[in-house]
Write a protein that binds this ligand. Structure first.
Ligand code: MG
Length: 250
């Protein structure tokens, strides 16, 4: 059964990485919630997609150069009710404390595209302290970050393969590199997914998923391919499509 992951708490339905989106996702019939982490200058961990607050809030600046208090003063630019500031990782864990929805945690690089030094063990530790590490699968676009994760936890981690990386390396190159680096699962942009690519990955022993399936046709494609898991900004739509397909199947 193809798994649905609510991307950033369902960005197109609830705003980007919002309290409202994560709260709604915790009660949904999705399998996973996807979220991204960044460190603050004073050692806290913030759940936010971008490395800066510029695009999504009324504030600007790089999270890693701000204190937690400064980050928390930002208002997420979304018309949702309730708490409207960026969340601490502890708060995300509290929202999902009683939820069966699994965690899909992306370790992000900083605004310069480089990995935050020493951040992976801190993120792992925070999830463990909140009792959520055992429910977490990690992800990253950065191969070195996946290697770091392998050293910090036994939890699974998947490689997010961007369209430029896939087009430069080709399917064979991506698969060979994944195997060389001990990667066991890849996720490609839904628009670059093909049955042949999926078959090649699976024949090489790699689990295969997709990200950014936001439109009806992209979601249908993910189900048609029977990928392991896909992320979507429209979790409610994905659930409705899955339910409709299940009703059609005798
Ligand atoms: Mg992400």
């Amino acid at each position: 059964m193809t798994r649905i992951a609510s991307h950033r708490g369902g960005t197109l339905e609830f705003g980007d990485s919002t309290w409202a989106g994560f709260t709604a996702t915790a009660a949904m019939a999705v399998d996973e919630v996807e979220f991204d982490l960044h460190p603050t200058a004073d050692g806290r961990i913030i759940v936010h997609h971008d490395a800066t607050l510029d695009r999504t809030t009324d504030t600007s600046g790089a999270i890693a150069e701000m204190t937690a208090t400064e980050v928390r003063a930002a208002v997420v630019d979304h018309a949702g009710a309730g708490f409207r500031h960026p969340l601490f990782i502890e708060e995300l864990c509290t929202i999902f404390a009683e939820s069966p929805v699994g965690f899909r945690c992306e370790i992000k690089p900083g605004a310069d595209g480089r990995a935050y030094k020493g951040f992976v063990p801190k993120a792992v530790k925070a999830l463990a302290a909140a009792g959520k590490l055992s429910a977490t699968t990690f992800s990253s676009f950065l191969i070195d970050t996946l290697t770091e994760l392998g050293g910090a936890t036994n939890r699974p981690a998947l490689w997010l393969v961007s369209p430029p990386v896939l087009s430069q390396l080709g399917a064979r190159g991506v698969i060979d590199l994944a195997r060389l680096r001990g990667i066991v699962e890849i996720s490609v942009h839904i628009d670059t997914a093909t049955p042949a690519l999926m078959r090649s990955a699976e024949d090489a022993g790699l689990a295969f998923g997709c990200y950014a399936a936001h439109t009806r046709s992209q979601i249908e494609k993910a189900f048609d391919l029977s990928v392991k898991v896909f992320t979507t900004d429209r979790p409610s739509l994905a659930i409705a499509i899955r339910n409709a397909r299940m009703e059609e199947t005798p």
